[in-house]
Design a protein around this ligand. Sequence first.
Ligand SMILES: CC(C)(COP(=O)(O)OP(=O)(O)OC[C@H]1O[C@@H](n2cnc3c(N)ncnc32)[C@H](O)[C@@H]1OP(=O)(O)O)[C@@H](O)C(=O)NCCC(=O)NCCS
Length: 146
Amino acid sequence: MIRTVKREDLKSIYLIERLSFERPYPSSYLETLAYLSPETFLVVSLNGCIVGYSASVLRGLEGHVISIAVHPNYRGIGIGKKLLIENIKRLKDLGAKRVILEVKVDNIQALKLYQKLGFKIVKTLKNYYWDGADAYRMTLNVDSST
Ligand SMILES: CC(C)(COP(=O)(O)OP(=O)(O)OC[C@H]1O[C@@H](n2cnc3c(N)ncnc32)[C@H](O)[C@@H]1OP(=O)(O)O)[C@@H](O)C(=O)NCCC(=O)NCCS
């Protein structure tokens, strides 16, 4: 089941964040996102366990996916795709005309997922990450499709 975040989900979300990224976002940042943009902060709950989340914000006409991650034990079974599709839909329902995100250039799984959903690379952001790695900025137009 995909639903919006609740306060009590944050511990599980932070665990997934730590298991998914070498340099995770601080829990306080995730809490702030959940507090400020709960409608576009989604979780996947399986038998009461949180197994994935995606956090996004809407700024004007632009939705920005800040983070998406699925618990390592639950990857590759379609959860990330469902989550992102729902997140895009919610951003669109709130008025987004396009959705943007950044992804590390060597993050093949994520890149494939985004490309599959129609995101296009529009820019390379040099030294975007803490370790000096580059990112692609990707954009999806949601004006009429999706
Ligand atoms: C990226 C991530 C969220 C994908 O979630 P997921 O639930 O595993 O993805 P899905 O099972 O929904 O797969 C969706 C698509 O992603 C791609 N994909 C997923 N796993 C892949 C893999 N191991 N290799 C190549 N492509 C893969 C495929 O295109 C797949 O579509 P398909 O199954 O129809 O071919 C997940 O791998 C993750 O949490 N990674 C760590 C955190 C991260 O890097 N987040 C993105 C930051 S920008």
